[in-house]
Every structure is written in structure tokens, then in C-alpha cells.
Design a protein around this ligand. Structure first.
Ligand SMILES: Cc1ncc(COP(=O)(O)O)c(C=O)c1O
Length: 371
């Protein structure tokens, strides 16, 4: 089947680019003697996990416990959950995971640690964890200069096993041009170094020193301290990565395929893909450099300036060759959001449709409570 025969809107993934992106980041880790544990919240897909594993990934970081459980069923050994847990249901799920795989929780506060320790003690299991370090994102994490005191405060929790430290330089998404990225890489490396030095001086052994984001990856992958990287978005890339030259258009694997369905005025087109495919994301974390809701491939004269649920409006600057009935491919601003809006991606190679890729780890497991 040819791409042009598809019903629109459709969320496409270019299988060659996906493969290239997966192998490129893996080989950079291999060359630098690092492990790649991709963050899978970007794709939430068993099939893409298998591609990453085949390329050499030795573990995975998850954005939800559903993702953790999904890949645990696949037999993945090293599974890290990115965020602290503090509800009974989540803690019980962590305990079950700790029984089945080399599971690593993340901790950044005493109260949550206490709750997890008590549950683990009652269940008779040990739960591995890393301490989250704040490298300037100011979301989760302990300041590197306080991490030794924090680690000491957790020593009383005998059912918890300290494996190392983790950070995520998400503040890099405030960068609006390529040159801005270096300062976030510097912050990431320096926060990690401070935390490592301080914990080692206090007598701790750190097996896992983990960090990662797509924009900082190239600059951090040779860092002397970090030994596990967990970028996520790199598999697809998107218009946000293009805005800082982190990725080229030819490295963007995911796009929304749409048909131009109307032409209400000389400088406006409407297509049949809206917010339910493209997502409403603009720049993440305060980035105001992105104009509109995606990049229309091959049509720099178009801005996706307005979204309804099922349709989008393009503004035309100057002239265009586009006409009603034409197909367009739009690179979403944030592909992690777009992939979460569909049950499957349509895998293409060039202009040929090859296979469906199921997005099978979406949502939350509320339904499990009713079984
Ligand atoms: C904790 C954590 N780790 C890793 C990532 C992956 O970052 P990126 O999507 O920039 O590759 C994210 C993304 O939000 C994250 O929240």
C-alpha cells in the first residue's frame, strides 16, 4: 500500500529514520562505554522497546508503572521508574516489580522513602533506589550539596538499597537556540560531579549514575561520571528538537499525515488533522521560540496557527503550490504527546506503508482495579 492511499489523518513513523535514531544514540553510548536505558514514555510501545533492546539497550526508564509492568512482562531485567511513589497502590506495584526484575525506584524525600521502606519490610523484599539530584530543572531532586546529609537520613531504611543517583536536565527545554544548550550540559555534569564527590567522600558506592535528555545527550555522553543515559525523545525527534538544531528534519521519524480540505480565504488552508493528532504543545518548559503547532514538511511558507480538535488552520505567507485535496506531513512540536494520542503508528518506508506499530502501554491501569 502506498502512503497516499491512507485515510487521513494518520500518525506515521518512518521506519528507516526510527531505526537510524535508535542505532545512532546506542552507538554513541557504546563508543563512550556507557549504557543506554531509554526513557520509554516517548513511545509507550513494546515493539519499539524490542528495537531498542536489539540495538543494545541494557535497561529502560519508565514514565509510568504501566510501562514498568509492560516491559517486565517482556522479560526486561533493568527497569527504573522515573518518579517517586507515595500512594498505597503505587507502592504495592513497586513491591511486586521488585520481586520480578532488577527494579530501581527513585527517591527525593524522606516521607516517601519511609512509606516505601515500611511496605517493603512487610513484604519481605528489598527495593533498590537512586536518589534524584536536582541539576537545575527544579522539579524533583536534592541539591547536590545536601545529598550526603539526605543519603545519611535514609540509612535507617533497611529494606531500601541505595544504588546510585539520577538526574534529568529537563531545564534544557528553555533553550531557544543551539548555543543555549551548552549551559544546561555544564549544569548537568557539574551537579552530578558534586553529588558523586560528596557521596563518595561519605563512603557510599555508586553503581548507577544516571542522567539524560535528548538535547543534552551528545554533549554529556562522554562525561566521566555518568554511566547510564536515558534520553527518550531521540527515537522520533520533533519540531522542538528542530528549533534548537538538536535534530534535522531528516532525523524526525514521526509525522501527522493530513489532507487539505478547505480554502476559506487567500491566505488560509484547513487540513483534516487537529489537536487530537498534533497535540497542543508549543515550546516545553517556557520555550517561546516555537510558532504554531508543528512544521509542515516541504512548506516553510505555512504556519499551523490554529487547532480545533479535528482540524488545523495553516496561514500562508506569500505564495504556495498547495491546493485542496493535497496531502501534507506535519512534524508535531512534541512527538511524545502525539504518540500518546493514537493506538498505533503507521510504519512507512519511503512512500510505502509497511506495518502497524502498536502503542500498547498508554493510559493508566485503572481497569486493573476492576478485574
Ligand atoms: C525523568 C526523565 N528522564 C528522561 C527523560 C527524557 O528526556 P527527553 O525526552 O528530552 O529525551 C524525561 C523526559 O521528560 C524525563 O522526565
Amino acid at each position: 500500500m502506498k502512503k497516499t492511499e491512507l485515510q487521513t489523518p494518520a500518525i506515521l513513523v518512518d521506519l528507516d529514520i526510527l531505526d537510524y535514531n535508535i542505532k545512532r544514540f546506542q552507538s554513541l553510548c557504546n563508543i563512550n562505554g556507557k549504557q543506554l536505558w531509554p526513557m520509554i514514555k516517548t513511545h509507550k510501545s513494546t515493539e519499539i522497546v524490542k528495537m531498542q533492546e536489539a540495538a543494545g539497550s541494557t535497561g529502560f526508564v519508565c514514565g509510568t508503572l504501566d510501562e514498568c509492568e509492560g516491559i517486565c512482562e517482556l522479560g526486561v531485567k533493568n527497569i527504573m521508574y522515573a518518579y517517586p511513589v507515595a500512594s498505597d497502590v503505587s507502592i504495592q506495584r513497586v513491591i511486586e516489580l521488585a520481586k520480578k526484575c532488577h527494579f530501581i525506584a527513585r527517591i527525593d524525600n524522606y516521607d516517601g522513602a519511609k512509606m516505601l521502606n515500611e511496605a517493603a519490610k512487610s513484604a519481605g523484599v528489598k527495593v533498590n533506589y537512586t536518589i534524584i539530584i536536582d541539576c537545575g530543572f527544579h522539579r524533583f531532586g536534592i541539591s547536590p550539596d545536601k545529598v550526603d546529609v539526605f543519603a545519611d537520613s535514609l540509612k535507617e531504611f533497611k529494606a531500601l538499597v541505595l544504588k546510585g543517583i539520577s538526574t534529568h536536565p529537563g531545564n534544557v527545554y528553555s533553550a531557544i537556540k543551539h548555543e543555549d544548550i551548552q549551559q544546561y550540559i555544564d549544569q548537568e555534569k557539574s551537579a552530578i560531579k558534586k553529588a558523586v564527590d560528596s557521596l563518595k567522600a561519605a563512603g557510599y558506592t555508586l553503581e548507577l549514575i544516571t542522567s539524560g535528555s535528548t538535547p543534552t545527550f551528545i554533549g554529556s555522553v562522554s562525561d566521566e561520571n555518568i554511566n547510564v543515559f536515558h534520553p527518550g525523545n531521540y527515537v522520533f525527534n520533533d519540531n522542538i528538537q528542530m528549533s534548537t538544531n538538536t535534530a534535522k528534519e531528516s532525523e524526525c521519524a514521526l509525522s501527522v499525515y493530513a489532507t487539505v480540505i478547505s480554502y476559506p480565504s487567500d491566505d488560509v488552508f484547513i487540513c483534516d488533522a487537529g489537536a487530537k493528532c498534533l497535540g497542543l504543545d508549543q515550546g516545553a518548559h517556557g520555550n517561546t521560540a516555537i510558532k504554531g503547532y508543528g512544521y509542515v514538511k516541504g512548506h516553510p511558507e505555512l504556519t499551523v496557527y490554529s487547532l480545533s480538535e479535528e482540524v488545523a488552520k495553516f496561514h500562508i505567507k506569500g505564495s504556495t503550490t498547495l491546493k485542496v485535496g493535497d496531502k501534507v506531513e506535519i512534524i508535531p512540536n512534541h512527538t511524545c504527546s502525539s504518540a500518546n494520542l493514537t493506538s498505533y503508528l503507521i510504519g512507512c518506508r519511503g512512500d510505502t506503508v509497511e506495518r502497524l506499530i502498536e502503542i500498547d502501554m498508554r493510559g493508566n491501569s485503572t481497569t486493573k482495579n476492576f478485574k
